[in-house]
Design a protein around this ligand. Structure first.
Ligand code: PLP
Length: 419
């Protein structure tokens, strides 16, 4: 496809998300990207077919290799992350494992941090060691310790910033420079920040991954993942996907393309509300601590100010009384899903125990410093005042119950949690 909308160099983020990667020239003069559901693409001319198959001519052969709808999404991500190439996968985890399998070999070593999405952590703790890859997970806030481990030699440095669900912020530029000194590849999960707030490639990272299930699609109705970087690297990732088979389906690609068009509008509203909720939570007596990079007292605030254009729409907080208080609080919220997802237009509350770290045992969560009272809020696009009032009312209800000495029902469950 070579009919792409050309964006002005200085086009703003609201314009880039709408027009970036859009191909135009669709059948029937359709203004929207068609969903091309064909598994295979037919040729009269065997030589022309062979040229496409060998990559000597543009075109499509089979949708596990490439698909016209999926290609538009990949082009859009290239625009948003200023990347040469992108490769879409069937989920964020497929994208992350695709990257790790594309670049790692037996006997190599990976350095990463203790705070990462629980699924990513499982790859590090369970699957990579099985392949004979050594993994060292370092205290996320100890930048010097990460640098020391990298300096010992590694093939790949994996960063997630801000982290899920603890919202710790890593200094991307400094850590990428440490990795370059030992010739290691740097991979960064940019799901929480979104390309609107942070572009890791511009800070020295080689490969960016996204769970497109989250803010990119934005409506909680599709799974997807995208990997971006230089064409030479993406050729390896594309080759892996072709054989591994975790390609994104065209209908999901269409939903993600549609979602991205409102990314700027959504995230601006969501992060403005996130700041208000985080500040309120700091004043709430039942709250032990609040994690949000937009708070001046957050340990990563200065780095976030330097490398991010906004602080994102995820806030987490630790409740006094642990899971008992979580079980009391969550049912009182009116404008909230209680579910294991984030980045959607609706506000979503979830304890780490049943969302990001559901794969981990209690002992593993404790070792990772994930408290049972930790709750993550994915702030939606609802009106800020309504979200604030909802949270205030929920806390007031808990206080009333506690004042009445109402016991917690042992069978009480947070509705809507992941199985
Ligand atoms: N990366 C981060 C930061 C996440 O929060 C998640 C899921 O919660 C993933 C990756 C995995 O994405 P998916 O659920 O699309 O596989």
């Amino acid at each position: 496809m070579n009919n792409k909308t050309k964006l002005d160099q200085g086009a703003g983020s609201g314009t880039r998300v709408v027009w970036g990667g859009e191909q135009g020239g669709h059948p029937y003069n359709a203004t929207q990207t068609p969903i091309v559901l064909s598994a295979a693409y037919g040729y009269q001319d065997i030589d022309a077919w062979y040229d496409v198959a060998l990559g000597k001519a543009p075109g499509f052969i089979y949708s596990r290799m490439s698909n016209p709808t999926v290609c538009v999404l990949e082009d859009k991500l290239c625009e948003l992350e200023a990347a040469e190439a992108a490769v879409a996968f069937s989920s964020g985890m497929a994208a992350i494992s695709g990257v790790l399998h594309s670049f790692l070999r037996q006997g190599q070593r990976v350095v990463s941090t203790r705070d990462s999405y629980g699924g990513t952590n499982k790859i590090f703790e369970e699957f990579l060691p099985r392949m004979g890859v050594e993994v060292t997970l370092v205290d996320t806030l100890d930048t010097q310790a990460i640098e020391r481990e990298v300096a010992r030699g590694c093939a790949l440095l994996y960063l997630e910033t801000p982290t899920n669900p603890t919202l710790k912020v890593l200094d991307i530029q400094r850590l990428a420079a440490a990795a370059k000194r030992v010739g290691a590849l740097v991979v960064a999960d940019n799901t929480f920040a979104t390309p609107l707030n942070q572009n890791p490639l511009a800070l020295g990272v080689d490969v960016v991954v996204h769970s497109a299930t989250k803010f990119l699609s934005g409506h909680g109705d599709v799974l997807g993942g995208v990997v971006c970087g230089a064409e030479l690297l993406m050729a390896q990732v594309r080759h892996y996907r072709e054989i591994n088979g975790a390609a994104l389906d065209p209908f999901s690609a269409y939903l993600i393309i549609r979602g991205i068009k409102t990314l700027a509008l959504r995230v601006r509203q969501q992060q403005a509300s996130a700041q208000v909720l985080a500040e309120y939570l700091c004043s709430e007596a039942l709250v032990e601590s609040v994690n949000y990079p937009g708070l001046a007292q957050h340990p990563g605030h200065a780095i976030a100010c330097a490398q991010m254009r906004g602080f994102g729409a995820i806030v987490s907080f630790v409740l006094k009384g642990g899971m008992e208080t979580v079980v009391r609080l969550l049912p009182h919220l009116k404008y909230a899903h209680r579910a294991g997802n984030l980045g959607a237009v609706e506000t979503i509350y979830g304890p780490a125990r049943t969302t990001s770290h559901v794969e981990n045992t209690l002992e593993e969560r404790q070792a990772l410093g994930i408290s049972e009272g930790l709750v993550r809020i994915s702030v939606g696009i609802e009106d800020t005042d309504d979200l604030l009032a909802d949270l205030r009312n929920a806390f007031a209800a808990v206080r009333r119950e506690q004042g009445q000495g109402k016991p917690v029902q042992p069978q009480a469950q947070c509705p809507g949690v992941e199985a």
